[in-house]
Ligand binder design. Sequence first.
Ligand SMILES: Cc1cc2nc3c(=O)[nH]c(=O)nc-3n(C[C@H](O)[C@H](O)[C@H](O)COP(=O)(O)OP(=O)(O)OC[C@H]3O[C@@H](n4cnc5c(N)ncnc54)[C@H](O)[C@@H]3O)c2cc1C
Length: 337
Amino acid sequence: MRNEDGPRVAIIGGGATGLAAARRFRESDVAATIFEKESVLGGRMATRVIKSEGGAEGVFDSGAQYFFAHTKRFSEMTNYWVERGEAFEWGKGFHTARIGLREDDDPRYAAKRGFEAFAEIVGEGLDVERGREIVRLAPEGEGWTLEDATGETFRAEAAMLTAPVPLATALVDASGWSLPESIRTPLDKIKYDPCIAVLALLERESGVPEPGGVFVSGESVAWIADNKRKGVSPNGEAVTLLASSEFSRTYWDYADEEIAARLMDEAEPWTCNCAEKVEVVRWKYSQPYRFYEEPFAFVAHPAPLAIAGDAFVSPHVEGAVNSGFAAAERLIAQLGG
Ligand SMILES: Cc1cc2nc3c(=O)[nH]c(=O)nc-3n(C[C@H](O)[C@H](O)[C@H](O)COP(=O)(O)OP(=O)(O)OC[C@H]3O[C@@H](n4cnc5c(N)ncnc54)[C@H](O)[C@@H]3O)c2cc1C
């Protein structure tokens, strides 16, 4: 068993929620470790790179496309990253097919080198265990024992679960203990839309208007982003298509080629249907449409545990970060930090 002497808190998941929580623990000098099943940080703040034989390199935001900063603390944090040149204001609105550009006073922010790189920067200096899929989280003694997919175990006084809620509750079930009904019942009501993303490296410039995003509201395609126009893909014509939730549900099990062909066909007015290379990404839990009414769920017994994420109050990057902060503060208070 590793980590017999710490950390005090084990955070399962290195997306926006887990990263925000880990930074909050660090502010209070509470030792916390993120356990992330992937080799990269960011979760649904994800980026892919596709290279062509001809030397083009497309950088695609494949999950979150932009974020708002409405709440005080989150907008202070956003300003900090903007000043450091890692985040930027992408625009104050996008084109909507048939209506044209619709702007308001609300800045939409994006990350200069894509959201995954941004998550890595936010994660700098934090204690992160990558490639650690936690398959068991069991209360033992005065704390938690975590076990990863290789059978290695870790100890922590408190734990935070930040995976999409159906995965978090499945982990609890697989660990052989139960959450109180007052928490489990509302957690089971949380529902997420699936989303299929098609990433297309184009041979030519796209027709997506400035600043590089268009809401399509077609039968299949909901949103198209030109990552070059956005500023994250300087060396490749990289277009992200997000399918509607209806399309994503209906075509979830279809072959990638079929999905890509249907979406590219509908998106032709903006993408010239001239893709050199295409990849398909499936997000089973993209964004929740039914939420928990508090910023996090918390149990003190048998050992302190917080469950947090974008399904708590607000289904976005900003909501996830705020949930992570709030849950961390509750655990810090519980641990007497
Ligand atoms: C296609 C798409 C478009 C979106 N567009 C926007 C947008 O434009 N604006 C916006 O604000 N939001 C958008 N969102 C939503 C936004 O991405 C999420 O709200 C936010 O990123 C959620 O962060 P999170 O940390 O709560 O969850 P996640 O990002 O899902 O992080 C959870 C992490 O836990 C890890 N994990 C899961 N299980 C385990 C385990 N057992 N052990 C270890 N690690 C585990 C995962 O690998 C993941 O890294 C979009 C999402 C998608 C998919």
